[in-house]
Design a protein around this ligand. Sequence first.
Ligand code: FEO
Length: 399
Amino acid sequence: MPPLEIKKDIYWVGAIDWDIRDFHGYSTYKGSTYNSYLILDEKVTLFDTVKKYLKSDLMHNIRKVIDPAKIDYVVINHVEMDHTGCLPEVLDIIKPEKVFCSTMGKKNLLDHFHREDWPYEVVKSGDSISLGKRSVQFLETRMLHWPDSMFSYIPEEKLLISSDAFGQHWATSERFDDEVNFSELIQHSAKYYANILLLYSPLVQKLLASVKDMGIEIDMIAPDHGLIWRKNVGAILDAYDRWSKHEAKRKAIVVYDTMWHSTEMMAKAIVDGLISEGISTQLIDLKVTHRSDVVTEALDAKALVFGSSTLNNGILPAMADVLTYIKGLKPGNKIGAAFGSYGWSGEAVKIINGYLEQMKVELVDPGLRVKFVPDHDSLKKCVDLGKKIGQVIKERVPE
Ligand code: FEO
């Protein structure tokens, strides 16, 4: 993918990772991009780099715009390796005058690359540097999503280079939000938020408030992954506001794994109960669904309902995987319940309830266990559980 001028003398020079399908446990069915940006000014400045194996793509793109040796400054908004993997080799070529990063950025760069000789220039929130006609204001965004993370804002261009925030894992030949299908773009953005930023939602709320208080004007958001926002800046800011407030719809997800289809029969009966109450419901079979898609569906659901057979006095491995993953991301403002079939010991419901309590999900029922194969009466109890959950959703979520 060749470089693209996104504003006068400002270029996207990143790399497209068409093939990646797993991003440390997040399924990237449509690949990803690592975005770097190059500003041509009196001080030529490169913002962020790319993964180690895509260094050549980055360097080819830079060379199509300018001799890399003419780059004066490199800004590292975030130290994670998808943006710095090739940094040692790139800095050896560029030999910049300064490498700007946050305090934690310098610490984390040293812990990753052990290079004391780089020309670090530590900046903090509110600091500003001049590039000539333009300036860069820095805004630290600690724990969004690493301690070193920061934004770079170019006021003369109303351009926010936002590091991981507002990104998507989506490889495309298009570079702007208005060149792709908006519904698909928001779906990728929601998946990205759910899997990368959900845990830090209280900090996202604070960040959105401080950006508002600062009164900065933004007409373009250039994230480090995916499409650049220029037409729908307000829409993605509103979406981040909703997601970080844990706003829920009249929606439930019923997530299950099953040994001999008994827990599956229970799941389907619970779904019937939810649907009969008019609740939008997703039935999710963990044998065919990736954990990162489960948490995406959980993002705007009010109710999380999990079911597993009991196996070896525990829960099925796929359920343990998903519950561990979701617990770490701390979805807020949820109700929930557990269910499952068992043969003799029957610990699954208790174990799932334990996870839900740790997640601070409000249990609306002690949980439903069925021995071996459910009969008509047992399935009626499952339908009733679905109805009960649906009624609580309607009480809590306005139409
Ligand atoms: Fe895209 Fe946190 O790295």
